[in-house]
Design a protein around this ligand. Structure first.
Ligand code: 9MR
Length: 455
């Protein structure tokens, strides 16, 4: 029998209801256990939780102006575990006058996300578009210095809060030339991109640094090949690049193609992570959404998928109804397809290895008990799940061993101590099983539950 703790506000129930609850709990436990056996289907019920069980994130672009819309934030908080500010971190927003930085709207999104355990993608530090007027009219070495100062200031301001930065956005020409886009930044010298990456690395050494672009999905296209060659060159010369973002705005003129998976895996083979950064698909066909997610899951270094908005009415291409929720916030068929793909997904190019065989740890408890179990393990990271019994409003403290880092959590609200190694996870109404992904960074020590208390 489960001990009832002080602060346990569960309603007391009669014998029949108790039997039903016990049966339901047993079924849930069976489903949950199955979910964490490598290679089997899992039972996540939201995009973020299901993606996290696969060691991935599922994100969305967020507009600060919509955070006061309850329908919008309900879906955001329920479904997503990563956010990208849609416009609030761009150059015109963060440095409207030269040397005068403005972070209010970006911070609103960052705080909303991080206080709920969501990670943040930073978008974008250097771009030919959405430049403030003062920058648009600059050129030469003055522009180069201003651009590098911008990268340094913004990346420094958000240091430690952004897991991945789109350092440079859309620097290549469309069409068949494979050339760099002719922009004021490009005219400062061909090395402007690598200069931006080096400045970003110095400013925030802990963030992944990405190159991000559109129409780079089709492996046979000149633009895709041009970006690939740049990344290969950067890797060979030690330019600090960690990831490539594929915006993936698909429509009738620029459709999804089946070689998309080849594109993702070919870039990953260069030694960079890949991320689907701005996904939307004209008409939101369920099958295409499913394919995109399956392609990401098939590539071990595909970290996650971000859709470019929540409801169709939030989209920059609203008339194409390209998103997962309709304008009233209801789930579309594409949503179900994405969730199913996430729950069915395996990582065939990087099969999980056998989890450590040490028995589950049951630490001494105060008024509740938290049991940590190993689940899926990949080449660079592993998942753990913690089952809490004895309380619904619990707080569990878990520690990982440096240089391990927790990269993702689900079914709880985490906060961190200053070292970043001790996570305090609080219940958020998602039940009594929470999970997290630990980046091993070469150390495979099991995380340890330090305490379980009733909040
Ligand atoms: O969704 C963004 C929209 O609100 C802005 O008006 C537009 C201005 O350029 O930028 C949109 O986001 C773009 C993103 O930053 C980069 N890739 C293309 C996106 C869609 O235009």
């Amino acid at each position: 029998m489960t001990e009832r703790c002080q602060g346990d506000t569960r309603p007391r129930t009669g014998p029949r209801a108790r039997t039903a609850i016990v049966l339901a709990a047993a079924a849930l436990l069976a489903a949950t256990s199955a979910a964490f056996l490598p290679g089997t289907a899992s039972a996540g019920t939201t995009l973020g939780a299901s993606a996290a069980e696969k060691g991935r994130y599922f994100g969305t672009a967020v507009a600060a102006s919509r955070l006061s819309d309850g329908n919008y934030t309900t879906i955001l908080n329920r479904e997503f575990n990563s956010v990208t500010p849609e416009n609030e971190m761009k150059i015109d927003a963060t440095e409207p006058q030269q040397g005068r930085f403005s972070y209010g709207a970006a911070e609103q999104i960052v705080n909303h996300a991080r206080s709920r355990g969501m990670s943040v993608r930073g978008h974008t530090l250097a771009w030919h578009s959405q430049q403030p007027p003062w920058m648009e009219s600059m050129s030469g070495s003055a522009l180069r210095s201003a651009m590098l100062n911008h990268v340094t200031q913004v990346a420094t301001h958000f240091r430690g809060q952004v897991v991945a930065w789109d350092v440079v956005n859309e620097a290549f020409e469309d069409g068949t030339s494979g050339a760099r886009r002719n922009s004021n930044l490009q005219r400062t010298g061909n090395d402007w991109i690598e200069a931006a990456f080096r400045a970003a690395r110095t400013a925030d050494p802990g963030a992944k640094l990405c190159y991000n672009d559109y129409n780079t999905d089709n492996w046979t296209h000149a633009k895709t090949q041009a970006v690939y060659n740049m990344v290969r060159d950067f890797k060979s010369r030690g330019v600090p690049i960690d990831c490539v973002g594929f915006q993936s705005h698909f429509n009738n003129d620029s459709p999804y193609v089946s070689n998309y998976r080849t594109t993702l895996s070919s870039f990953a083979a260069l030694g960079v992570d890949v991320q689907v950064t701005e996904l939307d698909i004209q008409g939101a066909p369920a099958a295409t959404y499913r394919s995109v997610v399956e392609d990401c899951l098939a590539v071990a270094r595909c970290n996650g998928v971000t859709v470019w908005g929540i409801r169709d009415s939030d989209s920059w291409r609203a008339s194409q109804t390209p998103l997962l929720f309709n304008s009233s916030g209801q789930k579309k068929a594409a949503y179900d397809a994405v969730l199913a793909a996430l729950n069915n997904g395996t990582t065939p190019t990087d099969p999980p290895t056998t989890p450590p065989t040490t028995p589950p740890t049951t630490p001494p408890s105060g008024s509740c008990t938290a049991t940590l179990q190993d689940s899926t393990r990949w080449g660079d990271r592993f998942n753990s799940q913690v089952t809490v019994s004895g309380a619904t409003n619990w707080t569990v403290v878990v520690a990982v061993t440096p240089p391990q880092k927790v990269s993702n959590t689900w079914n709880g609200t985490p906060t961190w101590d200053s070292s970043g190694n001790v996570m305090t996870m609080r219940s958020n109404g998602s039940g009594n099983v929470f999970g997290f992904t630990t980046m091993a960074n070469g150390t495979w020590t099991r995380p340890v539950v330090r305490s379980c208390t009733v909040s």
